[in-house]
Design a binder for this molecule. Structure first.
Ligand code: FAD
Ligand code: SF4
Ligand code: SF4
Ligand code: SF4
Length: 398
């Protein structure tokens, strides 16, 4: 029976809950808002399956395998605009749908809770586009995906590396009709902090949001913004990493899941077919693609993935590079986030303060913040943003 002695040893993938033959495991939030398995011992039969499928107990080794590497932009510019980076995920997902398959990804429900769900048509894929920097609840999607696989349908399942290792452990066998896609994963913030953020924004902006985009390309790809859309679909809020409190919380690592501070899944060789992530330095790979509208790095780990990529090439602009070039210096692929000394207090305050008070205390909009925002926007509008960023990095090392 699964027991969690140290919270760092559970990534919250839900494989144990999905596998339990007696339905004895429920995923319950702790005081930080992260889900952990809770076992009803009165119904548990001690079969041990939950331990067998736990990806943290059985981490796959980082063993070299043949890989292929590309930088990619989907040719459909509407899709690329809606995507976090170059829209590679949608190109893969559309291919699976064309084969009569089903696609799993991360979307909001009507209350903006973040969770895994399925799409059966290309028209539904927009819900998965744009990264949500909050831990997603996988619910019973491992079981659902398995049922489709057993029925012979093609399945594409996307998520964080720990979720994909959890799914593969849960399935316990290889399926030719399964395509898995993971992201290079910085870390995942708490759903409780996300609730606090939404509460604050609803108080400020009123109810009735129709979408929230963590990585909108309002100014451009390299200075993306948190954007909130109102009832008429128009933007009611646009602030970047310098100002928006949720993005600042994400990048300060104050509210990540404990397992993310010692992540067991940061590695180059993975159990998935595709690993996708951002490519800001696109100009270093191919100057022709450097248009500040978004580019995805795609690392392919399997023969199945290479075959699929050959078939979607007509939908893409792409440049092949070596896997060593693509992964060189990608910190988030190999190293866990380092932690934040205010984390414990931040969560204590999150449990007692309103969203406005919490974010106002930890991420206030000071004069310095306003100045940085103005400088960034001016640099963007005058077309010197990338050059200014390089100079800033050279001076400060940040
Ligand atoms: C939590 C998180 C952290 C990330 N950290 C980094 C990073 O440090 N460095 C980097 O270069 N890239 C990171 N990425 C990846 C990056 O944001 C883009 O997802 C990637 O570049 C693919 O872009 P795209 O345009 O091809 O896909 P998009 O069309 O934007 O597709 C987004 C994909 O991400 C999935 N997804 C969205 N939200 C979540 C979530 N909460 N949990 C699991 N899966 C989700 C969707 O299902 C879909 O498959 C991260 C993504 C997430 C979700
Ligand atoms: S040991 Fe078996 S029955 Fe008990 S919680 Fe784990 S999977 Fe369920
Ligand atoms: S890592 Fe996944 S399988 Fe392991 S205990 Fe946590 S939720 Fe269960
Ligand atoms: S950092 Fe590691 S543990 Fe945290 S969500 Fe990403 S893959 Fe999972």
């Amino acid at each position: 029976m699964i027991t969690i002695a140290d919270k760092k040893d559970c990534c919250g993938c839900g494989a144990c809950m999905n596998i339990c033959p007696k339905g004895s495991i429920a995923m319950q939030p702790d005081h930080e808002g992260f889900l952990y398995p809770r076992v009803d011992e009165s119904t548990c039969i001690g079969c041990g399956l939950c331990e067998k499928v736990c990806p943290v107990l059985h981490v796959k080794k980082d063993e070299p395998m043949q890989q292929a590497a590309y930088i990619v932009q989907i040719k459909d510019e509407t899709v690329r605009r809606e995507s976090t980076a170059g829209g590679a995920f949608t190109a893969i997902a559309e291919h699976v749908l064309r084969q009569g398959g089903v696609v799993y990804g991360v979307a909001y429900d009507s209350e903006f809770h973040v969770g895994h769900t399925s799409a059966e048509t290309a028209g539904e894929l927009f819900r998965f586009r744009n990264s949500k920097y909050v831990q997603s609840d996988t619910k019973n999607t491992f079981r659902e995906a398995e049922a489709h696989l057993k029925a012979g349908r093609m399945v594409c399942y996307s998520g964080t590396p720990c979720q994909i290792e959890g799914l593969r452990q849960y399935l316990r066998k290889d399926y030719e009709n399964l395509i898995t896609v993971d992201v290079v994963c910085h870390a995942v913030p708490s759903p409780l902090i996300w609730e606090k953020y939404l509460e604050m924004q609803r108080e400020r902006l009123g109810d009735g949001f129709t979408n929230v985009l963590f990585r909108d390309k309002h100014y451009g790809y390299k200075y993306s913004t948190m954007t909130i859309k109102g009832q008429d679909g128009k933007n009611v809020y646009n602030y970047g990493i310098d100002t928006d409190p949720m993005l600042r919380a994400f990048f300060s690592d104050i509210c990540d899941r404990p397992s993310c501070y010692e992540c067991a899944f940061k590695k180059r060789y993975r159990v998935c077919d595709f690993t996708i992530w951002d490519c800001y330095s696109v100009g270093n790979f191919d100057k022709k693609l450097d248009d500040d509208k978004g580019t995805t790095r795609v690392l392919i780990h399997s023969e199945k993935g290479r075959d699929l990529f050959e078939q979607i090439k007509p939908q893409l602009r792409y440049t092949e590079v070596t896997p060593d070039q693509l992964t060189a210096g990608v910190r988030e692929m190999f190293h866990s986030v380092s932690g934040n000394e205010k984390r414990e207090q931040f969560f204590r305050d999150a449990n007692s303060k309103s969203g406005e008070a919490l974010f106002g205390q930890y991420f206030p909009e000071t004069m310095k913040v306003r100045l940085e925002r103005t400088v960034r926007i001016v640099c963007y509008k005058t077309g010197i943003y990338s050059a200014a960023k390089r100079v800033f990095k050279a001076i400060t090392g940040r």
